[in-house]
Design a protein around this ligand. Structure first.
Ligand SMILES: NC(=O)c1ccc[n+]([C@@H]2O[C@H](COP(=O)([O-])OP(=O)(O)OC[C@H]3O[C@@H](n4cnc5c(N)ncnc54)[C@H](OP(=O)(O)O)[C@@H]3O)[C@@H](O)[C@H]2O)c1
Length: 262
């Protein structure tokens, strides 16, 4: 049987928890990464018992230097090939940039950006050799505009969106797709962590639940969408904002995509 494997970071809570369930439900073996070993063990046992999938879990702080390298060596040693890479782990923080503790921001940049890029590079190399694979990078609607009081968080998510779109373009016709999932903010989770007040507009809207975000992200990844924004109004608003922020139609190099087939 053609077994497939998904690697999910930030696998035990929030959106990542539902990615883990969706993948297991689809009979995909799992490599789950998170900080808390007890949470990982509990989830791994549950998914194995319910769906009979093979689950490897790695308790690791992915904001540490070279964490992706350590994790990658561990999964290769155990003979895993990753078919689906879900770069989900991310943290946020809020407040005036000049007042926020640098260590917190360093960790945020390391996790949201450095870990995501390094893990993608390591795993993409193997995917390219086989000519197939799916990458899902969790960005945010925050990626579309600068975020006063959450300056670094917004900037990390803008990076994830830009990076994902660029490599999706490079990988055109390679059999590999890259999707940037851009969820709305929730009224809990990161927002709570960042102590950010939910604005009136958001309060009036029905915000999607974690499981809805994960289902939407999963289907967008399978369809090979490059940018996945949930909801017609959201897409309209964000794309309009993008249109007006760009005075030129992109960088001139964008006309010369790198092809893997050459
Ligand atoms: N929440 C929102 O409003 C929102 C909106 C748009 C996009 N997003 C993005 O969606 C993704 C998931 O967010 P979420 O709200 O589902 O987050 P969450 O509920 O806070 O869960 C994040 C998961 O990542 C793990 N994690 C945190 N730091 C880690 C590290 N250094 N190394 C390994 N694992 C780590 C957490 O483990 P512990 O529980 O042990 O800390 C937790 O299991 C993030 O990339 C986030 O930026 C979130």
């Amino acid at each position: 049987m053609n077994k497939r494997t998904a690697l999910i970071t930030g696998a035990t809570q929030g959106i990542g928890y539902y990615f883990s369930r969706i993948m297991a439900r689809n009979k995909v073996d799992l490599v789950l990464i998170d900080k808390n070993e007890d949470h990982l063990l509990e989830l791994a046992l549950d998914l194995y018992q319910r769906y009979g999938v093979r689950v490897k879990f790695i308790p690791f702080d992915m904001s540490k230097n070279n964490a992706p390298f350590v994790v990658y060596n561990d999964i290769i040693k155990d003979g895993f090939h990753i078919d689906y890479l879900i770069n989900n782990a991310g943290v946020g923080d809020g407040g005036y940039f000049h007042e926020i503790d640098w260590e917190k921001e360093r960790e945020m940049i390391n996790l949201n950006v450095v870990c995501l890029v390094q893990l993608t590079k390591l795993i993409l190399n193997d995917m390219v050799k086989l000519g197939k694979g799916r990458v899902l990078n969790v960005a945010s609607t925050a990626a579309f505009q600068p975020g006063p009081n959450m300056a670094v968080y917004h900037a990390t998510k803008a990076f994830v969106l830009s990076f994902s779109e660029a490599i999706a373009n490079e990988l055109k016709n390679s059999g590999i797709t890259v999707t940037a999932l851009c969820p709305d903010p929730k009224q809990s989770g990161l927002q709570h962590l960042a102590e950010i007040e939910v604005n009136k507009l958001l309060k009036m809207r029905k915000l999607p639940k974690d499981w809805e975000v994960a289902e939407f992200g999963f289907h967008s990844m399978i369809e090979g969408k490059t940018v996945a924004v949930n909801g017609f109004m959201n897409r309209l608003l964000l794309n309009t904002m993008r249109l007006f922020r760009k005075s030129t139609p992109g960088h001139p190099y964008a006309k010369y995509p790198v092809s893997n087939n050459e």
